[in-house]
Write a protein that binds this ligand. Structure first.
Ligand code: UDP
Length: 410
């Protein structure tokens, strides 16, 4: 049996302050059309990274709408997750060093996960490459299978596409975050695009009184009265945490007393994260204003929330990005963002909204400096960012998009 992640039920009315009575009614109506449907979401980890963040909020909303939703997590050993991380990197355009042994590990563990899957489901939504081969090993399964790809597959390594193509094509529908992420080779009959969204009611995004965020900063060794820039990300080379340290050091020349916080969650399915974390910790030795903290040392939702609020500027130095939930999370708190022109980031920060987009290290340093030196401009951009998120990137919009797909497949 796969691990079931225990989550509660969220009444949809709780979202009325953010989406209005009309938004609530739309969801209630969709829920009615799918009442009693059994929906299983499958992914690779119960914590760490954007997918678990989404599922933690979506499953309770589904349930609040009268749908029988559940969240299960597949299993795998280190060798399996090395392979899936390699697939993840290759789908984002990285190298594909996977030999026959790695492929066999992937296929064999997918078979085991498929056999361990229990229950009768009308819809199975499998997230990212880790569980995508499972459908192949459930040939008689009567449910509708949907592959939900969250990563940036706009320029994938063709060897990874070839490996996954037969598995992807066995799904009834595939869903990408942006239209440009759909590789031509994956020609399913139903292809949809849905951007993710944030949950305004979660501890990560709810309002916090300033004395709480100041106290949390002090607890993590950060002075809340000195300027602070922060990146909140898994330790992943696509998020370029070492590059963030370089930008920080350049900007600090101009803004003495500037602090950098790197908050990163370590996920079970991401062995690369631990290696990068060690490198960053080495950088932090001897630099009292460079703070590295993780879920292992007590950084959870409230701490991330506090840092996204109290930072003068948040940086997201992504080279490749599926969506980058952290951008919407930060803008929701009216904190300006300097972020990469990667994946879903520009749709969250169109021109004049949210902060500054950057590509080169110089652009990042200039952007951060500008947000620190022009606080009125920064506040205005960030306030517009919050409204943009409210309109387009709340979790309720994502649930509505997904329910429409299920209804259409039904
Ligand atoms: N996150 C967290 N703690 C950390 C680092 C990240 O809770 O120390 C969360 C972050 O708030 C966001 C998610 O992990 O909700 C990352 O999602 P995103 O889409 O930005 O990137 P992904 O990790 O999915 O590539």
């Amino acid at each position: 049996m796969l691990q079931v992640v225990d989550v509660e039920t969220q009444p949809i009315r709780a979202y009325e302050p953010f989406i209005g009575a009309e938004g609530v009614e739309e969801l209630v109506a969709l829920g009615r059309e799918l009442a009693g449907a059994r929906v299983l979401h499958l992914n690779a980890t119960a914590y760490g990274g954007g997918v678990s963040e989404l599922l933690r909020s979506m499953i309770p909303i589904y349930r609040g709408l009268g749908i029988e939703a559940e969240w299960q997590v597949i299993t795998g050993d280190e060798a399996f997750f090395e392979v899936t991380k390699c697939l993840h990197n290759a789908l984002q355009g990285g190298k594909f060093p996977l030999g026959d042994r790695g492929r066999a590990t992937y296929v064999e563990q997918s078979r085991r996960n498929a056999e361990a899957l229990e229950g009768e489901w009308d819809f199975l939504i499998v997230h990212d490459p880790q569980p995508v081969a499972m459908r192949h090993f459930r040939p008689g399964d009567g449910g509708r299978w949907i592959w939900r790809c969250h990563i940036d597959t706009s320029n994938p390594n063709s060897a990874a596409v070839e490996l996954l193509e037969p598995y992807v094509e066995e799904h009834d529908a595939i869903v990408f975050t942006l239209p440009q992420f759909a590789p031509e080779a994956w020609d399913n009959s139903v292809v949809r695009t849905m951007a993710p969204g944030i949950d305004p009611l979660s501890p990560k995004n709810m309002d916090l009184p300033p004395q709480v965020h100041d106290q949390i900063a002090l607890w993590l060794g950060v002075d809340p009265h000195r300027p602070l820039m922060t990146q909140v990300s898994r330790f992943d080379s696509w998020k370029d945490p070492m590059g963030v340290v370089d930008v920080f050091r350049v900007v600090r020349e101009e803004v003495p007393g500037l602090q950098l916080a790197l908050l990163g969650s370590m996920a079970l399915d991401d062995p690369e994260g631990w290696r990068l974390y060690d490198r960053i910790r080495e950088e932090a030795v001897g630099d009292r204003d460079l703070h590295v903290a993780t879920n292992i040392t007590g950084v959870s939702n409230i701490e991330v929330n506090a840092f996204q609020r109290l930072s003068d500027v948040v940086i997201q130095k992504s080279i490749r990005e599926g969506f980058g939930l952290v951008v919407s999370e930060t803008l929701w708190k009216e904190t300006p963002v300097v972020a990469g022109r990667a994946g879903g980031i520009p749709v969250q920060m169109p021109e004049g909204i949210g902060g500054v987009l950057a590509t080169t290290d110089e652009e990042y340093a200039e952007g951060v400096l500008r947000m620190l030196r022009e606080p009125e401009l920064a506040r205005d951009l960030a306030a517009k960012g919050r409204e943009h998120v409210r309109r387009h990137f709340l979790i309720t919009r994502l649930v509505a998009d997904e329910l429409r797909l299920l209804r259409d497949l039904g």
